[in-house]
Ligand binder design. Structure first.
Ligand SMILES: [Zn+2]
Length: 360
C-alpha cells in the first residue's frame, strides 16, 4: 500500500488574523462569497468587510440557515453563482464550514475555512457531514482535496465558551492513540493509504501539547484571553489533530464515540467529550500501560473531560444498553477494525465497564 498524507494547502493562525482575510483570500479570487450564521455574522462581518474594502475586493455576505443540508447547500450554490463568485468562504462552527466545503466542491471553486471555535479537528479535513433539514445525520461527503486555506483567529476563538476548546482537546486526545494502533495494524487511513512517519509525528506532538498546555489554556479561555498555551492548544486541536486523524488513522476511540451516540443520556455531550471517554476505553481494550491510562485520566480530570459513564450523564449502568453501544462500535466498516487485533462487541463491552471503573 502507498503511504499518503493530506492537508490543507495553507494554515494560518494568529491573534487578529481575520483582519488580514482580504489579503489572504485575494490569492484565490476577486469575488468572494462568504457564509456565516446570524451570531457569527454579528461577530465578524465588520472585520471581514473592512479587510476586503482595504483591498478593494467586493465581498458578498450570505446568512447560513444553521443546517448543513442538501437544500441549504443548493440554495447557497444558486446565490454564489448569481454573483459570479470565484472563491467560497465559510466562517463559524462545523456545520457552516462543512456547508462552505460542499458549495466549493459542487461549484469547483477554492474554499477558505475560518473556524471561530476549536472544538473539533474537522476544519482542515477533506470531509463534510450532511444532515437532513430536520437535523438528522444523512451522509458523509468525501472531497478529492482539503480546503485551500484555513484561517484561525485566536483572539476570537479564545472568547468562545471554555467548554468548546476543552471538547476540542477531547477530540485531539484520541489522535495519537488511534494513530499508534493504526501504525501497528498498518491499515489504510482516511487519506486512503498507509500512514506516513510525518503524520505519526504530528499525532504524537498533538498528545504532548495537550499534556503540556491543556490546563493552562483552559484557565486562559475561562477569562476570555489568549496566551501562548492557548495558541499551542488551538494548533493541537485543529492542525495537529486534523492531519493526525485523516492521515495517521482512526481506530477504537472514534468507533466507541459512534457507539456512545446510541445512549440517549449522552446526547447533550459534545463530540470531543465522548471521544475522550472513547480514548480511555480504547486504552483498556488494548491493555495499555497502567501509567499511561493514569496519565490520560489525570489529564481529563484536570481540564474537565469525562472519565466515566456517570460523568457523561448515565445514572444507572444498564448492561443491555451498554452492549448495544459495544455492538454499534463494532459495526462493519467501523474504524475499530483498524486496531491491531480482532475486536468483538464482548471485548468492547468489557473495556467500557472497566474504563468506567478506573475513571471513577
Ligand atoms: Zn473526532
Amino acid at each position: 500500500m502507498d503511504k499518503i498524507i493530506i492537508s490543507p494547502s495553507k494554515y494560518i493562525q494568529g491573534e487578529g488574523a481575520l483582519a488580514n482575510i482580504g489579503k489572504y483570500v485575494s490569492a484565490f479570487g476577486s469575488k468572494p462569497f462568504s457564509i456565516a450564521d446570524d451570531f457569527v455574522m454579528g461577530l465578524t462581518q465588520d472585520t471581514v468587510a473592512t479587510s476586503f474594502a482595504a483591498d478593494e475586493i467586493p465581498v458578498t455576505f450570505e446568512r447560513f440557515n444553521g443546517e448543513c443540508s442538501r437544500p441549504e447547500i443548493e440554495r447557497l450554490i444558486t446565490l454564489a453563482q448569481g454573483v459570479n463568485a470565484d472563491v467560497i468562504i465559510g466562517i463559524g462552527g462545523g456545520k457552516t464550514l462543512d456547508t462552505a466545503k460542499a458549495i466549493a466542491f459542487y461549484t469547483k471553486l477554492p474554499v477558505v475555512i475560518v473556524p471561530t471555535i476549536a472544538s473539533t479537528d474537522a476544519p482542515t479535513s477533506a470531509l463534510a457531514v450532511i444532515y437532513t433539514p430536520e437535523g438528522e445525520f444523512s451522509e458523509y461527503l468525501l472531497f478529492p482535496s482539503n480546503p485551500n486555506m484555513v484561517i484561525m483567529d485566536t483572539a476570537i476563538i479564545a472568547k468562545a465558551p471554555a467548554r468548546l476548546i476543552v471538547a476540542g482537546m477531547g477530540d485531539a486526545l484520541s489522535t495519537w492513540f488511534e494513530a499508534r494502533a493504526n501504525m501497528i495494524s498498518g491499515k489504510a487511513t482516511m487519506a486512503g493509504g498507509a500512514p506516513t512517519r510525518s503524520a505519526q509525528a504530528l499525532a504524537k506532538l498533538c498528545y504532548e501539547t495537550l499534556l503540556a498546555d491543556g490546563l493552562k489554556a483552559k484557565a486562559a479561555v475561562e477569562n476570555g484571553v489568549s496566551t501562548q498555551a492557548v495558541e499551542n492548544i488551538i494548533e493541537a486541536n485543529t492542525y495537529l489533530s486534523g492531519i493526525g486523524f485523516e492521515s495517521s488513522g482512526l481506530a477504537g476511540a472514534h468507533a466507541i464515540h459512534n457507539g456512545l451516540t446510541k445512549l440517549e443520556e449522552c446526547h447533550h455531550l459534545l463530540h470531543g467529550e465522548k471521544v475522550a471517554f472513547g480514548t480511555l476505553v480504547q486504552l483498556v481494550l488494548e491493555n495499555a500501560d497502567y501509567e499511561e491510562i493514569q496519565t490520560v485520566i489525570g489529564f481529563c480530570r484536570s481540564v474537565g473531560l469525562p472519565t466515566n459513564l456517570h460523568d457523561m450523564g448515565v445514572k444507572e449502568l444498564n448492561h443491555d444498553k451498554l452492549m448495544d453501544v459495544a455492538i454499534a462500535s463494532c459495526a462493519e466498516g467501523e474504524t475499530i477494525h483498524n486496531m491491531p487485533f480482532t475486536v468483538t462487541a464482548e471485548k468492547v463491552f468489557a473495556a467500557i465497564l472497566t474504563a468506567h471503573q478506573l475513571g471513577q
